[in-house]
Design a protein around this ligand. Structure first.
Ligand SMILES: [Zn+2]
Length: 113
């Protein structure tokens, strides 16, 4: 009978291990959710630091902010190319995309081109 008792115990262990695996998965999922929340706060901190930099405030992160500024500049160049290919430009008043053939912005009515 010892064999069957062992077998029972074995089966029980597998069931409990299965429960543990589910519990571990749940806990890891919770941990990841919490980590994502931290990342969002990091992002917020970074945005605040960059906003301050753009407004002329110096910080320990000026070099990193400068890198962001350079990336923004290259994005602007790329966006200009896209607008050029679409025969469009940006409204100087609201920033909306306007066709180069039109005289007024369809969004805010400002005179363009
Ligand atoms: Zn406009």
């Amino acid at each position: 009978m010892a064999f069957f008792d062992d077998l029972k115990k074995f089966g029980k262990n597998i069931t409990e291990k299965g429960k543990d695996v589910i519990e571990i998965t749940k806990l890891n999922s919770q941990i990841n959710t919490e980590k994502e929340k931290i990342k969002e706060f990091y992002l917020k901190i970074g945005e605040e630091v960059y906003k301050a930099y753009a407004a002329g405030q110096s910080s320990a992160y000026d070099e990193t902010c400068l890198q962001i500024k350079e990336i923004e500049d290259s994005i602007n160049v790329l966006q200009e190319k896209v607008l050029e290919l679409k025969n469009a430009s940006k409204c100087p008043s609201c920033g909306a995309e306007v066709n180069k053939e039109t005289a007024f912005c369809s969004k805010c009515g400002a005179k363009v081109n």
